[in-house]
Design a protein around this ligand. Sequence first.
Ligand SMILES: Nc1ncnc2c1ncn2[C@@H]1O[C@H](COP(=O)(O)OP(=O)(O)O)[C@@H](O)[C@H]1O
Ligand SMILES: [Mg+2]
Length: 256
Amino acid sequence: VSEPVFKPKEKDFRLAVINRRFASIKEILPVMSSKGGVGKTLISTVLALVLKDCGYNAGLLDLDITNPSAHTALGVSINELPEEERGVKPLMVDGIEFMSVSFYTKDNPLPLRGWEIDNVIRELLAITIWSELDYLIIDTPPGLSDEALDVISYFRSPKPLVVVTPSPLAINSVRRLLQLLNDLSGLRILGIVENMANKASRSIKELADAFRTKYLGNVPIDPIIDEVIGDTNRLRNTILYAKLKEIARKHLVLTP
Ligand SMILES: Nc1ncnc2c1ncn2[C@@H]1O[C@H](COP(=O)(O)OP(=O)(O)O)[C@@H](O)[C@H]1O
Ligand SMILES: [Mg+2]
C-alpha cells in the first residue's frame, strides 16, 4: 500500500499564508449539510447577495471542489480568469467577491482523491487575496466525511450554518453532523436553516435546542427558483431571498 506523497497537517508552508489571507475577514460562515441537494449552494449564493444588499462587504467562496456550482447560481462566466497580482484577486460579481476552482477546471470533472482535494483547497485558500470583508460565505461539499469536515479546519472561528430539509430521512443525518461539529472544541454553530419547508418542523427545532444552537428559520419551496438561477437580479425577487434577508436581519448583525 503506497502512502500519499502529500501528508496533510505536516509542515505545509501554505498554512501560515492561509492564516494571513483570512485575517482581514470578520465573519466566516461555512454553509454545511450532511446530505447533498438540500440547497447549500443556493442558500450560500443568495445569502451573499443579501448581506451585500444590507450594506456589508461580502464574499462567496466555493469549496465544493468536486462539484462546484456557485458560479452557475451566481451566473458567472468561468471563461474569465481572476486577475493575478502576487496572488489572485477574487472576481467581483454584482458587488460580491467570488472565488471558485471552476475558473481553473472550466467545469471539467476533477477526479481527485481525498488528500488531493485537500491539496486543491489549500492552494485555493493560499492564493486568494480577499479584501476587508464583513462576511465570507463558504459553499461546502456535503457529507460527514473528512473531506466535508476538513474544509472548516483552516479558519480561526468559523460559524457553520447548517442546512437541512424536513424529510425524516434527513433528521438523523443532520443530528450526526451536529454531533461532529459539537465535538470540535470551541466551535459555535451559527444555527440551522430548514430549506424547502413550508412550515417549521418541531423535530428540527428540538434538534437545534438539543445542540444549544438556533433554529434560524424555514425557507418554503420556491417554484420559480430554477428559472432564475444565474440571474442575480431575479434571485433578489424570490421567496428564498426574502426569507434569508429576514434571517440575516435577525441573526447576522455585525457591530462595528
Ligand atoms: N427553497 C427552495 N425551493 C425550491 N427548490 C429549491 C429550494 N432550495 C433548493 N432548491 C432546489 O434544490 C436543488 C439543490 O439545490 P443546491 O443548492 O444545488 O443544493 P446543494 O448545494 O445542497 O447540493 C436545486 O435544483 C434547487 O433548485
Ligand atoms: Mg452544492
